[in-house]
Write a protein that binds this ligand. Structure first.
Ligand code: MG
Length: 376
């Protein structure tokens, strides 16, 4: 899901590396018609689905001469998760759109390679409950969570003292709060280490991404928030760490290349041989670590507070953030305006302590409408 995005394209790279192990069966995209058509011609999946229905005709016409079936619409993506031929679903679409198909994939026992962290941010509680009653396994594709997953191999849950998530600090790590008021979209999209899609790159610049990852870690590994620490590590070589009760700390290192965690998640429990992303440790003699600046990056603080409040609050946080990031990318608000808009929304949506799926749907809509209204 989301085959034309950054993670989707890199997933197809990994699939091409091991043609005897993986067969792409279904590819979905939101609106990137040309690339979806190109991928369909190259990989010949059984189906492609374009989420935005207005592109249905153009995709269908472009693929009229091959056997790949073309469908359209977000509902078609959710429905496709029933297909008995699907073994593993890589969820790589952006934002809230990942929730409904992921729920259906879990209900049908598919393994999930989760790159869409918003699914756990919005509805971690619901997803965790569904997983308990399903045969599906949820494997993280996020580099930090992939690192923690590897550090926890062979360890007991009770022996974990804390999880230490590393953050690059993004492009604005060394800027002052005053300087942040004037940064542009182009500045924000220039991430120092990782080459990613626009939404997550802005989330990295505000450090919202790290806040989301704290929540993702809480649900994935069943760890209390006060045992999850964020440390800024500008070189992005240590992808995260686990401290154990005996004082020992394990870390996972590697080049900042998403194909490494994707390969691990798709291959698990096997490690798949590859010499494509080798690093020489002696090239990285300066690995540094520092505490994050919560005042300069208020989104990280907001994320901890939303996670602590629980219920539908993280869903509000995510929805308001999606609208705010979009508004920033369209030049409607400043960089510091992103956190202001999100904070404003958080105080205005009714609290629901144990939301059902329907509550998440209505909270998401309400928070989006509210954020849009506040923008005017
Ligand atoms: Mg990450």
């Amino acid at each position: 899901m989301g085959s034309t995005g950054s993670i989707g394209r890199q997933t197809l790279d990994i699939i091409s590396e091991y043609p005897d192990k993986f067969t792409p069966y279904l590819l979905t995209a939101n609106s990137s018609v040309d690339l979806l058509v190109e991928q369909a011609r190259k990989y010949l999946p059984k189906y492609v689905i374009i989420a935005d229905k207005k592109y249905y005709e153009s995709v269908r016409n472009a693929l009229a001469d091959i056997n790949t079936k073309v469908l359209a619409g977000a509902v078609a993506i959710t429905d496709a998760m029933n297909d008995p031929e699907i073994h593993t679903v890589v969820t790589a679409m952006v934002g809230y759109a990942g929730l409904s198909p992921t729920i259906n994939a879990i209900k049908h026992g598919k393994n999930i390679a989760l790159a869409n962290k918003e699914t756990l941010v919005v509805a971690g509680d619901l997803i965790t409950r569904l997983l308990k009653n399903s045969d599906s396994k949820l494997y993280p594709v996020d580099s930090e969570h992939g690192a923690i997953w590897q550090c926890l191999a062979g360890e007991k849950h009770d022996d974990i003292y804390k999880l230490i998530l590393t953050a690059s600090g993004g492009p604005f790590r060394t800027k002052t709060k005053e300087e942040l008021a004037h940064v542009t979209k182009e500045d924000a999209l220039r991430h120092p280490n990782w080459n990613m899609g626009a939404k997550i790159t802005i989330d990295s610049a505000t450090m919202m991404n790290k806040g989301f990852e704290v929540m993702e870690a809480k649900w994935l590994f069943g760890i209390d928030l006060d045992k999850i620490e964020v440390v800024v590590h500008p070189q992005s070589i240590v992808h995260s760490m686990v401290e154990f009760i005996d004082g020992s700390v394990k870390a996972q290192l590697g080049l900042p290349d998403m194909r490494i965690p994707i390969r691990y998640a798709l291959g698990f429990p096997e490690r798949l041989y590859s010499d494509k992303q080798r690093m020489s440790v002696s090239d990285y003699v300066n690995l540094t670590f520092e505490k994050p600046d919560y005042e300069k990056f208020p989104m990280l603080q907001l994320a901890y507070e939303a996670a602590k409040a629980g219920g539908n609050v993280p869903c509000v946080l995510n929805a308001a953030n999606e609208i705010a990031v979009d508004a920033f990318l369209k030049g409607k608000i400043s960089f510091n305006g992103i956190a202001q808009l999100v904070e404003n929304c958080l105080s205005k949506v009714d609290y629901i302590a144990s939301p059902s799926y329907e509550d998440y749907v209505s909270t998401n809509q309400d928070a989006r409408s509210l954020a849009e209204a506040l923008l005017k």
